[in-house]
Ligand binder design. Structure first.
Ligand code: DAK
Length: 260
């Protein structure tokens, strides 16, 4: 499918997905959200893709939020549809069997930060600025931000960010546990690709089950989470990847995984 606001490049199992609307700092409008929903479905179904990197075009922004100009003209019905569409995109990323790495190269604000938080982890450039300015517009985060941020860093830091609307830099975001690692802007994508390539080279089914175990386990009691982990662990013994991985270790050779 052709996309007018997205660039997609797939190399050796790594899909780099670029939100390409730099004139408006990659703000998420309805069309862009529809395209994101479609491309994420496609990438999830594409067996050649093992991991996705999500980033923004230009050197200023990852995504500066939902498109305020478009939202300011919406009827209540349109606002509802817009919210549902955004939530579907966030849920798709979370439910995908493949990891999605956010490479935050500039502003990640409002819906843009929510998009990054929906990803499996975040790398950022030292120029990145993160925040939830929704309260300055008279609203609150509505694409899962209140839930994902509080679960990630605890309620107190989430409260400070969401109640004040202030932006924090990448270094602070890393010290708070929002961002895994901070890089110089010119290194960010290469570093994200380095980690993505490692992920693309290991057992694909195991990576998907790891994502599943962590995400679902967080909503369970620890005891149930342990049971769930054990069940997934057991199922992996029915895969070619497990036989190949353990067989290759015993035979002292490099494993070649098929993702089956
Ligand atoms: N929407 C629309 N256009 C935006 C935009 C945005 N979020 N952010 C930037 N732009 C546009 C600017 O309007 C400008 O366009 P022109 O005026 O040149 O046509 C262009 O991008 C460049 O921006 P600036 O000239 O402002 O650039 P500066 O470097 O001076 O400032 C900035 C950069 C990021 C500090 C500033 O642009 C800014 O404050 N942007 C707004 C950030 C923001 O408030 N983001 C949060 C949006 S609210 C929902 C669920 C979730 C949401 C909505 C609904 N439901 C469940 C229904 C999500 C809401 C949000 O994300």
């Amino acid at each position: 499918m052709e996309y007018s606001n997205l660039l997609v490049e797939i190399t050796e199992g790594v899909a780099t997905l670029v939100i390409n609307s730099p004139r408006t700092l990659n703000a998420l409008n309805s069309k862009l959200l529809t395209e994101l929903e479609c491309v994420l479905y496609e990438l999830n179904l594409d067996e050649s893709v093992k991991v996705v990197i999500l980033t923004g075009a230009g050197d200023k922004a990852f995504v500066a939020g939902a498109d305020i100009k478009e939202m300011s003209m919406m009827s209540s019905y349109e606002g509802h549809q817009f919210g549902l569409k955004g939530q579907r995109v966030m849920m798709l990323i979370e439910k995908m069997t493949k990891p999605v790495i956010a490479a935050v190269n500039g502003y990640a604000l409002g819906g843009g930060l929510e998009l990054a938080l929906a990803c499996d982890f975040i790398y950022a450039s030292d120029k990145a600025k993160l925040g939830f300015p929704e309260v300055t517009l008279g609203v609150i985060p509505g694409f899962g931000g209140t839930q994902n941020l509080a679960r990630l860093i605890g309620p107190n830091k989430a409260n400070e960010l969401i109640f004040s609307g202030k932006m924090i830099n990448a270094e602070k975001a890393a010290s708070w546990g929002i961002v895994n690692e901070v890089f110089a802007p010119e290194e960010l994508l290469a570093k994200a690709k380095e980690t993505a390539t490692l992920i693309a080279g290991v057992g694909t089914v195991a990576v998907g089950y790891g994502k599943n175990a962590i995400a679902n386990g967080l909503n369970m009691t620890k005891e149930d989470g342990f049971k769930y982990e054990a069940a997934l662990f057991g199922v992996l013994f029915s895969t070619d990847d497990q036989k190949e991985g353990m067989g290759a270790f015993v035979e002292k050779r490099k494993a070649v995984f098929t993702g089956k």
